[in-house]
Design a protein around this ligand. Structure first.
Ligand code: SF4
Length: 148
């Protein structure tokens, strides 16, 4: 795991579920429960993409959700990062090549980190969020460099 140095605030995360069976989503919630308790590191779920640094997406994304997902992404302020949780969002998973699926997610919005698994364990999801955090630190340094 890389060293977190520069991102000066807590990491706020928005969770969007598009066509997930809910198992990936439950593992995300498990990462927040007392056993893992990511809030002690400042990683917190928020209710609006306008407040979020990281977008966690689950599910294979049905066609009628694709535009909504684009809008969620566009509402997030810069710098931002996207983490796909689970095989459905990463490749289509069990829904691969299905007529009513718009995913995989990287065909709809840019993706920074993939967390494979069906579902992935909370440890893997936390590792994915930390990778997104490292990317945000890099982007923040680049933005600061442009301001100077
Ligand atoms: S990857 Fe597996 S657990 Fe996650 S939403 Fe798809 S089917 Fe469900």
């Amino acid at each position: 795991m890389g060293k977190l140095t520069n991102f000066k605030r807590s990491l706020w995360v928005f969770h969007a579920s598009g066509g997930s069976c809910n198992a990936c989503d439950i593992e995300i919630i498990a990462a927040l429960t007392p056993r893992y308790d990511v809030e002690r590191f400042g990683i917190k779920l928020v209710g609006s993409p306008r407040h979020a640094d990281v977008l966690l997406v689950t599910g294979a994304i049905p066609r009628d959700f694709a535009d909504k997902l684009r809008r969620i992404y566009e509402q997030m302020p810069e710098p931002k990062a996207v983490v796909v949780v689970g095989n459905c969002g990463t490749t289509g998973g069990v829904f691969y090549d299905s007529y009513n699926i718009a995913g995989p997610i990287d065909e709809i919005i840019p993706v920074d980190v993939y967390v494979p698994g069906c579902p992935p364990r909370p440890e893997a999801i936390i590792d994915g969020v930390v990778k997104a955090w490292l990317k945000l630190e890099k982007l923040e340094k680049e933005l600061e460099g442009k301001k100077e």
